[in-house]
Design a binder for this molecule. Structure first.
Ligand SMILES: *Cc1c(COP(=O)(O)O)cnc(C)c1O
Length: 374
């Protein structure tokens, strides 16, 4: 059997171990220390927009805290892009709130501004104004931020960006993760950079960041003994993981350019395939980090389906994966309202993510290409 080619695997830079050794040498083996502060500074510099970043244990934890800090609680409604990973929606339930799902539009595959506004008006007419909007930059592709920000302002509903997949992507030269009232990043093992597991909350103010750090370290009041006036969480990033993050930040630009080259690689392979579309930026306002390269296949034209190709790749031990199954079609969210048509459902039916790692060798790329061309 050939060695496995993964969809997206960790790609270590070089200095990660140096930062971890420093942590050991100085005994900062804890969820605080110089690497945590250093990693937050690196992220703030990279995002470059007066952001305040709190490093946390996961992107999911970051989203949970974003909802709490925005005051979302029992019975509130939160609008959420349906076409995404479940971690965009689960924290709404953790917070005691209810998700209201919105379909995507076909250019960026992200939340559809038209249905977002329809959803807001319908929820208001039913007596409940939604408390937040969660927009996702899926597979690294920026959402239609001008339209979405305009709706957020018009109805005064705060926007949370799920930029877990979009570190380094930009919309009109502004980084994803700097548009919303808050944003979340993820450094899980499969993301464009990793801390083995981890995430961050991107805030607009020092006060928000302080609140995030306070809540993520068990909400201790200022007292010599343990005293609590609020429910806390154990969500802070470990200083060891943050050491990996500091090393990864040194190679982030290289990782972005390698992922974008994978996108070009697939553009080249599929250029002569009728009925196959490689997911690409709609125009030059959008710059995707192309975290995952994705295609859609029209079987009637292509002569093969997304499952045909997936199984063919699997036969050569190459991992690929159908696009996200929309949240409004998930059994666990079957009671949640949904606004839209069948855009995300159709993407799920005919779309496939292809190996996109920044560490794929020329040999591995050759294998992928040969299977597809065959
Ligand atoms: C990975 C991911 C998350 C969750 O991040 P974790 O760090 O794994 O908790 C949230 N949203 C999206 C869109 C993701 O891809």
């Amino acid at each position: 059997m050939n060695t496995k080619i993964w969809l997206s695997s960790p790609h270590i830079g070089g200095n990660e171990l140096k930062y971890i050794h420093e942590a050991f040498d100085e005994n900062w083996v804890a969820p605080l220390g110089p690497n945590v502060n250093g990693f937050e500074n690196d992220l703030e510099k990279f995002l470059n927009s007066d952001t305040k970043v709190a490093a946390l244990s996961s992107g999911t934890a970051a989203l949970h805290l974003a909802l709490i800090i925005l005051g979302i609680g029992n019975g509130d409604e939160v609008l959420c892009q349906s076409f995404t990973f479940s971690a965009s929606a689960n924290p709404i339930i953790y917070a005691g709130a209810k998700p209201v799902f919105v379909d995507s539009e076909s250019e960026t595959w992200n939340i559809c501004p038209k249905y977002l506004e329809i959803a807001i008006n319908d929820r208001i007419s039913k007596g409940k104004k939604p408390k937040a909007i969660i927009v996702v930059h899926l597979y690294g592709m920026p959402a239609k931020m001008d339209e979405i920000m305009e709706i957020s302002r018009k109805y005064e509903i705060p926007l949370i960006e799920d930029a877990a997949e979009a570190l380094g992507s930009t919309y009109k030269n502004k980084k994803c993760g700097t548009f919303g009232e808050m944003a979340v990043l993820s450094f899980n093992g499969n993301k464009i950079i990793t801390t083995s597991g981890g995430g961050a909350l991107v805030c607009k103010t020092d006060k928000q960041k302080e609140k995030a750090v306070f809540l993520s370290t068990q909400a201790r009041d200022n007292a010599p003994h343990y005293q609590h006036s609020e429910i806390g969480y154990n969500y802070r990033m470990s200083n060891i993981c943050a050491g990996i993050g500091r090393g990864q930040m040194e190679v982030l630009e290289q990782r972005i350019s390698a992922r974008r080259k994978m996108h070009d690689f697939y553009i080249d392979i599929f250029k002569n395939f009728a009925g196959v579309n490689v997911f690409s930026e709609p125009n030059s306002d959008y710059f995707s980090n192309h975290w995952l390269s994705a295609i859609t296949i029209n079987p009637a034209i292509a002569g093969f389906s997304r499952e045909d190709l997936r199984l063919k790749l699997l036969g050569d031990n190459i991992e690929s994966r159908p696009l996200w199954k929309p949240m409004h079609l998930q059994p666990v969210f079957s009671d949640a309202p949904f606004y839209g048509e069948k855009i995300s459902e159709n993407l799920f039916e005919c779309g496939l993510c292809l190996p996109s790692g920044s560490n794929l060798t020329d040999e591995e790329k050759e294998r992928i290409k040969n299977v597809i061309l065959s």
